[in-house]
Structure formats: structure tokens, C-alpha cells
Design a protein around this ligand. Sequence first.
Ligand code: CA
Length: 366
Amino acid sequence: MMKRRDFVAGVGLGGLATGLAGCAQSESTANCDSGGDGQTWKWNMVTSWPPLFPGLGTGADYLARSIEAATGGRIKVKVYAAGELVPALEVFDAVASGAAQLGHTGPYYWKGKSAATQLFGAVPFGMNALEQSAWMNFGGGHELYQKLYARFNLVPFIAGHSGVQMGGWFNREINSIDDIKGLKMRIPGLGGEVFKRAGGVPVNRPGGEIFTALQTGDIDATEWVGPGNDLSFGFYKAARYYYYPGWHEPNAALECIINKDTFNELPDDLQTLVRIACDSTSLKMLAEYTYMNPRDLKTLVEKHGVELREFPADVMTRLKEISLEMLDEMAAADSDFGEIYGSYKNFFSTVKPWHNISEEAYYRAR
Ligand code: CA
């Protein structure tokens, strides 16, 4: 594994220099201009996921292969798992600086850059994957997203959805809101902030570190994604109760972030193909989760004896009150958050009554 400083010096700056000089031989070359009409690009994609991790990592790989295939190999993309070039939580900086050309990651990891990035990822008691897609594509979300990330020299596209997640793994039953008090749980993003306001102690850990933290008692509880990912991490060996629903992540949208200079130098047709590949990845990933989750939930319950539990209604009600209050406070305190949450909330209020009489009514009826 290269140290980040070496990587930046060796690939970022060196790659740029050789790229300017024309078509270089090095594998690590950032841009390779073979001249004339046959111009090609070699991109490094840094990700926040373990290699080929089901859903997230396979989604990143699908995106890379789609870009290559759709462009007939004019753009070649090499995918790096978390830690191979940069750590999971340094993807944003690596792409913003041009050290890597693009990244596949989650918007809520970047709240330190702007709290508002979280609104494009997962909002507690917020919109599901379909609703969020409608807001992004037709309700003004995408334009706000582009505007916010442009400030960091990035062009972002949504490229993946988890669907509704699970509430998490616990070693004690949650029977009232008091059972959350003092509980140390791996729960990142806005959900973590709500958990804190409810008396819990939220912490963030990259996926690869969660199991050990749970097993050694460093944390009392964890959420991750859903059965498809949680089974492979073996959480059932370290916690007894598996709670639903994932109130904190009714969907997590994942993103492809591209260095703005890299994206802008592409001809229009390739820019369009990259966008289409991101759209395709969004649907593909949601489908993969919808395929994996029921299969692996069955294994968790029937083979490993995991006890499924639903959060009590009064716990959900209280967490929802805290969430709505917190989101309004954050909107009042931060103009970016305020503008984006205003758009989000407005769209949610129009789509909710429709889904009450369509999706929800159908779920009850079928
Ligand atoms: Ca999660």
C-alpha cells in the first residue's frame, strides 16, 4: 500500500506532468493523449469500500466497467478499494485535489466539508430511494448537489442506492427511549446526531473495523447496511438482536465524484456516457440489495438464530420528533443546509401523500 503523500507526488503531480507531455507508458498515468481522434483517458477510481464488497464495492466496479464499455475503452477506469491508494474517508480530498480522477463513496461522509452533503445521502425519517431519485432528477436536487460540490472542485452524480437499511445490531433489547441512553453505537451521519440527542453515544468507524469493535466491546451496538452486507461481516457472532427499520437511513444514496477539471476536459459525448453509467449503477445497486437482503436475512434467522426485533412505536415517534427538530435547527444555522433542506422538505411533502395511497396502500393490500 502506498502512503498518501507518495501517491499524491507519484501519481497526481507526476501523472499530470506526463499527461501534458503526451501519451505516457506508466500504468499510473492520469491522462493519456494518444493524439488525433483516438484520445483516451486513464482514470483511477478511489472508493470507500472493501474490495468488491457486495452492493457498494460491486456497484463501484460495475460503474467502472460500464464507463469503459460505454465509451468503447476511450476511458479506462482502475478501481481501488479503501486503503489501497487512500483511506476510506479521504476519497473526497483525493478527488478534489486531482490525486485521483474520480471516487465512489457516500455523501454523508463529508459533513466536515459541508453539513449539507448529508442531505444527498441519507436523512432520518426522510425519503426512500425512489422518492430521493425523483427529487434529484426532477425536483431540483441534482442542481443543488452540483452547485454545492463545485465549490470543492468536484462534479458529483448519484451512483447507487442501498434501499431501506436495518436499524442495527444490539446486545440488549430496546424497549423504551431510555434504553438508548449511554449506548455507544456505530451510527454515522445525521442519524448519529439524532441518536446523540436521544442520549446515545454515536461513533463512526469504516466498515472494515466494525466487527472487531463490536466483538471487543469497544462499541455496544452498530448499524451497517442490511442483511446482505451484515451477514458477510459476521455481526451475528457479536450481537443477538437485529432491529428494524433503519429509521436513520431509509435509503443511503451513494455517489460518484469526479474531479471538475478531469470532467470538463471530456468531450460532450463522453460526459453524457459517464452520467448514464452513474444512472445505470443507481438502479443496478438498488436491485442487487433487493436481491441479497431477503436471501441473507433468511440465513441470519434460520441458520444463525438471529432474533429480529421491531423498534417500539413510541421509540420511533420520539426519534422522529428529535429528527425533524434537529433538521430545522440545522437549516436555520447553515445557509447551504437551509436551501437544500428547504427543497428536500418541499418535495417530500408532495410525494408522501401520493405514496400513502400508492406504494404504502399496495404493500398493505398485496
Ligand atoms: Ca448504514
